[in-house]
Design a protein around this ligand. Structure first.
Ligand code: GRF
Length: 200
């Protein structure tokens, strides 16, 4: 199965996925394309180093979101993509793309959803003073950070942890969890039933 990873920034999750592909494989899945909306994303350097093709699609070229999504969709179709992995992709997708790839787009979010949705999941949880936060991987629907949850892992906030300590723990958890979910998807183990994800 051909996989596309969507990025906007550092790409540490992308790296974890590529490393796992090299180490143990992704159950037959292959990352063949990295899509970025940001030409300056460090994730693009990581892709080049790993020999993975990149596509930079700058939103400023389009007047409406649907046109951006249409351009992305074309590239995905050309590459016969079966799974879209959002990994720090900071742009909201429209139903133009979500509809065409329903049940085939996954996202990782650095909190235990539905708590602390949005762009600052780690900081918002830290500022709230929670004792436990975590990582969620979910299917993408039109509702921001709201699709069916595939996997979650809790992360404790230590009394002496500062925000950097918490970020480190969250990212380590993400880097372990995301490749595992990808393998489950590629293996056909994930089914959505009444908004619940069943793993068989
Ligand atoms: C991760 O924390 C992810 O949960 C969130 O954005 C961050 C991306 O980090 N959606 P990176 O670009 O993978 O390093």
């Amino acid at each position: 199965m051909n996989i596309a990873v969507f990025v906007s920034g550092s790409g540490s999750n992308l790296q974890a996925i590529l490393d796992e592909e090299k180490r143990a494989g992704l159950a037959g899945g292959k990352v063949i394309l990295v899509v970025s909306d940001n030409p300056g994303a460090y994730a693009l350097e990581r892709s080049k180093k790993a020999g993975v093709k990149t596509a930079v699609i700058e939103p400023s070229r389009f007047s409406v979101r649907e046109e951006f999504d249409e351009a992305v969709k074309e590239i995905l179709e050309e590459n016969d993509i079966g799974l879209i992995v959002l990994a720090g992709f900071m742009r909201i997708l429209t139903s133009r793309l979500i509809d065409a790839y329903r049940g085939k787009i996954i996202n990782i979010h650095p909190s235990l959803l539905p708590a602390f949705k949005g762009a600052h999941g780690i900081r918002d949880a830290f500022d709230h003073g929670v004792k436990v936060t975590g990582v969620s991987v979910h299917f993408v629907t039109e509702e921001l950070d709201g699709g069916p949850i595939i996997a979650q892992e809790a992360v404790r906030v230590g009394e002496k942890d500062n925000i950097e300590d918490l970020e480190k723990k969250i990212h380590e958890t993400e880097h372990r969890l995301y490749p595992e979910v990808i393998k489950d998807f590629v293996s056909g183990k994930l089914k959505i039933e009444n908004n619940r994800v069943i793993r068989n």
